[in-house]
Ligand binder design. Structure first.
Ligand SMILES: [Zn+2]
Length: 320
């Protein structure tokens, strides 16, 4: 990341769980403090590191957003271990390169899970989240988005989850986003999943997006499928919690994705469109949270490109 003028502090995730320091699970945390006091908004990309629209959307926030009221905290690579390697089974390019005004910027594509050698323990034969009724394959123990709200003395994935939940709680975030992608024919693509306590705000945001030609469906967190960010962050903290999914043409074999590579998808879902979908959804949801509150409780930021601007100028125009 090349932080923009909006970044007022750079921290590390290990500040919220010191045992992460020096491990492959520690990661950069960017703070954008506005001039006027207001609510804190949290954004994570790279929970799954082959879902690059979420990583790039988070990077654009770090490099271009300027907060005017409130505070934005961004973690572009929430699972730093997953960002450090590539599963040979993953499809698509190993990196994305963008021409910016000043440089050629390269973003490595990672993968969905913590590296087995980083986890600190072998995968179990199956994984059952303590609060869940869903029994998952053992490798899902290394899936950050099945580990929330985490465990301070757990394996690496559980500790990353713990630190993220601690960050959201202790920094007093009022809204938290986790940016993902799914296979284009998955029911998850173009979806906002909201904790039940903030499903109404998700519905209003989806209506606003639809009015502008961006069709996103909504869904509430399951009560029986646990460990997911939107469920656990919303339950464990005061934050309204959202997970946003855009369609990734290369994501055709993941556990919760689909299983057939349709080559038409590659041209149909360009990265600028998916990044724009994330940023538009984030801003639409924040706009809904700004309604019916006193002006001093609003979050206000500028510099976040629209879908139309990304289409017209390309991703590189919004990176440093
Ligand atoms: Zn994902």
């Amino acid at each position: 990341m090349k932080p923009g003028s909006g970044v007022t502090a750079q921290r590390r995730l290990s500040e919220w769980l010191p045992s992460l320091a020096g491990t492959p699970g520690d990661t950069a945390v960017f703070v954008l403090q506005g001039k006027e006091p207001g609510p804190t908004v949290f954004v994570a990309g790279g929970t799954h590191n082959m879902e690059m629209a979420g990583v790039i959307a988070a990077a654009i926030l770090v490099e271009r957003a300027v907060v005017q009221r409130g505070r934005l905290i961004v973690v572009p690579r929430a699972n730093a271990s997953g960002a450090s390697w590539r599963d040979p089974k993953d499809l698509g390019p190993g990196q994305y390169t963008f021409d910016t005004a000043s440089a050629k910027r390269t973003f490595a594509v990672g993968t969905r899970l913590t590296h087995p050698s980083h986890q600190g323990e072998p995968d179990p034969s199956s994984y059952l989240h303590p609060d869940s009724r869903e029994k998952l394959p053992g490798f899902e123990m290394r899936n950050l988005n099945r580990a929330h709200p985490g465990k301070a003395d757990g394996n690496l994935t559980q500790r990353m989850a713990y630190a993220l939940t601690r960050l959201i709680a202790s920094e007093g975030a009022t809204v938290a986003f986790d940016l993902h992608e799914a296979g284009p024919s998955s029911r998850l693509a173009w979806l906002i999943i909201a904790n039940p306590k903030n499903i109404e705000q998700a519905a209003n945001a989806a209506l606003d997006l639809g009015d502008r030609g961006i069709d996103m469906r909504i869904e509430a967190s399951s009560s029986t499928f646990r460990g997911l960010s939107h469920r656990e962050w919303g339950d464990a903290t005061k934050a309204a919690a959202y997970l946003i999914e855009t369609p990734n043409p290369y994501q055709v074999s993941s556990y919760d994705g689909d299983h057939l590579l349709d080559p038409r998808h590659e041209a149909e879902f360009p990265l600028w469109m998916r990044v724009g979908g994330h940023l538009e959804a984030v801003m639409a949801i924040l706009h809904v949270h700004n309604t019916d509150v006193v002006p001093t409780a609003r979050f206000e930021a500028v510099g976040v490109p629209s879908l139309a601007e990304l289409k017209a100028r390309g991703i590189g125009a919004f990176l440093n």
